[in-house]
Unconditional design. Sequence first.
Length: 224
Amino acid sequence: MSDLRAHGKRGPQARAARNDRALLRAAKEVLARDGAHASVAAIAERAGVGIGSLYRRYRTKTELFQRLCVISLEEHLQAAEEGLKREDPWEGLEYYLTSAITMGTGSLAPIAGTVEVTEAMVETNARSDRAVEALVQRARAAGMLRSDVTQVDIALLIEQLGKSPLLEQLAMQGRSDLTEAAERARARIIRIALDGLRAGAPEPLPGDPPGYELFSERWQLPDG
């Protein structure tokens, strides 16, 4: 009987986790198209999740978005921790960067400033930042990462490359015949960007390093 109860508990939990992952993927796609005005109905439809079951799990749109932010940050953290397992410092940093870019880590940016930041979001983000900082410091200490690249530079690069206007346009046009070529082209662009992070660049980066406020200030709710 205890085995049956355990199995029954795992079943709904596993199903909820699968639904959350599907909702996260759908939210990234719908937010890329509709921005902060993305509707829960559109996200649920894209994910193949019934709107009724969604609202039984999440009482409000804000609650849904807060949960999706935590899931996205957990994926980000997992990629950084996996990178730290790689012995070669550059290989570890490259693994993290490629993973974060392709999973569209910055895709939830449109909701910044529209939902309250929860303790779970803050805690998961802090753990992720520490792991990424370790990756950056390790690669810099090994002389593999250019000395003027900061952790914020890397975060901004991930956000910029996490979206592919070309792939999004082709998807909207239904041009699946060009998808493979577009994905190959995107891989080349990512490689060009990653090579630009390597030590030995002929010219220093322009201007002062960006501050972390470029991220933190965006998530502040407007007064009133």
